[in-house]
Design a protein around this ligand. Sequence first.
Ligand SMILES: Nc1ncnc2c1ncn2[C@@H]1O[C@H](COP(=O)(O)OP(=O)(O)OP(=O)(O)O)[C@@H](O)[C@H]1O
Length: 261
Amino acid sequence: MADPMVRLTGISKTFGTKKVLDNVDLDIDRNETLAIIGPSGTGKSTILRIIAGLLAPDEGTVLLDGQSRKGLIEDEADPFRISLVFQQSALFDSLTVEENVGFLLYQHSNLHHDHIHSLVRQSLDRVGLSEEISNLYPAQLSGGMRKRVSFARAIMEDPDHPSDNPELVLYDEPTAGLDPVASTLIEDLMRDVRSQVSSCSTYVVVTHQDSTIRRTADRIILLYQGQVQWQGRVEDIDQSDNPYVRQFFAGQIQGPMQITD
Ligand SMILES: Nc1ncnc2c1ncn2[C@@H]1O[C@H](COP(=O)(O)OP(=O)(O)OP(=O)(O)O)[C@@H](O)[C@H]1O
């Protein structure tokens, strides 16, 4: 069998006196879509940052395509290519939509500006935004539009260097703070770009939103107190007797999870 794209083994991380991740094992296969769920403060974003190579675990190993990652992403000569879509859209306020979406190509490629411009237009089109917003600044857009612009940036590909394109996308609460219709749009996009952009076919999404969990993930892991308490498929959610799953999806205060953060 092929190696999983990502394999975390025995990952632990402590901040101060709080053990945020406690001996977590997790595999992500190529072309899989995984949701990481659980109450606030339970280590979901910490796992994403460890997968992204932005944070080192205290213990455990991170294997990417079977290769061990020794340090952080900045130390790697040929890093595994991961694209991040943050909860806050993380756009540069002083740059226009065009400059934000084309940022990496404008900075790091030798492509002619006209070519980058047409790639930006194609990317905006894929996320349902018209070229008319290219010259606007992030502050002039709604929250949902900003998220779509950050999507457009995440799915930009360099045609001259296909090997530089991302292999894994990490979405950190992509629908947080959006109304139900804007959330549906983003969820559809996550699915749609999978089929249109090969580099977006494997992703991990951290989310609290029921619709995002059910509409964007094949598989789910539920974290609590730094450990995986349940994993299963979306279609298993409503049949599960697992008390963590039942409490989470019913939004009950009573149950094994004490919400303290
Ligand atoms: N760099 C850091 N230094 C100190 N504590 C941290 C750091 N990063 C995270 N923590 C703490 O670790 C715990 C887990 O944080 P994390 O962001 O991973 O949780 P989460 O499950 O993603 O939460 P949420 O759903 O609220 O975003 C929290 O108590 C947080 O305060």
